[in-house]
Design a protein around this ligand. Structure first.
Ligand SMILES: Cc1cc2nc3c(=O)[nH]c(=O)nc-3n(C[C@H](O)[C@H](O)[C@H](O)COP(=O)(O)O)c2cc1C
Length: 356
């Protein structure tokens, strides 16, 4: 009988991931005190491990108290109380045999006035998103151009959050370079119009990414994992703010391949969509440019889509389906017919009712 690829193990350095199915990072906006998520939101992650996922991601964890938070109720991981809470979550995820990955994030210009204790809004350039914040109906605030101090402060936030994640016992850490937030704002020639060493050529726009990875890797022990998430879509200014063409995207993937990272996670709207008019998918274009392990996400919901997505990737991640269906992994095992979930259905992420 042919091997069942979805349930075959995958080696990520010293980690033997038990299957190819992971729960994607999903912000739940549930932290009311001390930047610690609600109990049931933490339990949700453990439940997904218990129900068979090979990898469980946290929501995007905010990297500092000054300017990193972009939504109300996001979480942080630097205080001892935060570390203690997360280490219990990690322990329980491990008990069920899954890998625990912390994602860390800075919102940049996709900001929400007032949610950061220090109230700063910063970005590579003072370019405001063209549309209003869909959650508030208000315009986004215009960011301050990042100064040398800001760049160093943000780098430090990534480092300290990575240290918190290591102390809490996470197997790996992901740098969120996707979806139009701070790191992808540096990469894009539209949102990064700097004339110093951080803007202009692709090499210069890439410099901030390089500095984040180089700053973070030394605090992540060599037996833990470091990933980078990338996408060609963002939450604002989708048409203009990301990679200009296939060559630019693959150039960045090649640069990432030179970094001390252990996988690249590619986030798409739909894994099967053609990218940059190339006739190829994002996963395929990524595969052409790197030998790093590849995670793929975007409208992967049933056995057929998961198997197809794995043709050019090593692990599939699910967001909405994993959020709404606690039995997702079992349903893939049995090949059950499953519905494709909508963004509206995923709003359940923000209700206070515990999810199964
Ligand atoms: C409620 C919700 C919250 C999300 N939060 C994050 C996040 O914190 N970090 C991130 O990289 N992606 C986030 N995403 C995007 C998902 O990780 C995923 O890339 C996207 O939903 C597409 O996958 P899907 O079609 O399986 O849902 C979020 C998605 C949803 C539905």
């Amino acid at each position: 009988m042919a091997e069942d690829i979805l349930f075959s193990p995958f080696q990520l350095k010293r980690f033997n991931v038990k299957n190819r199915l992971g729960v994607a990072p999903m912000t739940r906006m549930s932290s009311v005190k001390d930047s610690i998520p609600r109990r049931d939101v933490l339990d949700f992650l453990v439940a997904r491990a218990k129900n068979g996922a090979g990898i469980v991601y946290t929501e995007a964890i905010v990297t500092d108290y000054e300017s990193a938070q972009g939504y109300p109720g996001q979480a942080r991981l630097t205080s001892q109380r935060q570390i203690d809470v997360w280490s219990r979550v990690v322990e329980n995820i491990h008990r069920h045999g899954a890998l625990s990955i912390l994602q860390m994030f800075h919102c940049g210009r996709v900001a929400w006035s007032g949610v950061n204790p220090a109230g700063r809004v910063i970005a590579p350039s003072a370019i405001c998103p063209r549309q209003d914040n869909p959650l508030t109906g208000e315009p986004y605030p215009t960011p301050d151009v990042m100064s040398r101090f800001d760049i160093d402060h943000v780098l430090n936030g990534f480092v300290e959050t990575a240290k918190g994640a290591v102390a809490a016992g996470f197997d790996g850490i992901e740098i969120h370079g996707a979806h139009g937030y701070l790191i992808s704002q540096f990469l894009s020639g539209y949102t990064n119009q700097r004339t110093d060493g951080y803007g202009g050529s692709m090499e210069k726009r890439y410099r901030f990414v390089h500095e984040v990875i180089q700053a973070v890797r030394p605090v992540v022990p060599s037996d833990r994992l470091l990933f980078f998430r990338i996408s060609n879509w963002g939450v604002v200014d989708k048409e203009i703010s990301l990679f200009s063409d296939q060559a630019e995207y693959q150039d960045i993937i090649r640069r990432l391949s030179q970094e001390p990272i252990d996988a690249v996670s590619v986030s798409t709207y739909a894994y099967g969509d053609e990218a940059f008019g190339s006739g190829k998918t994002m996963a395929r274009l990524t595969r052409e440019a790197t030998t790093l392990p590849i995670f793929i996400c975007g409208k992967i919901y049933d056995r057929r889509s998961a198997e197809e997505a794995l043709k050019d990737a090593d692990i599939v991640l699910s967001g909405k389906t994993a959020l709404l269906n606690p039995d997702w992994v079992d349903d893939l095992r049995t090949g059950k017919t499953l519905p494709l979930r909508s963004a509206e259905e995923a709003d359940i992420a923000y209700t206070t009712k515990p999810l199964p």
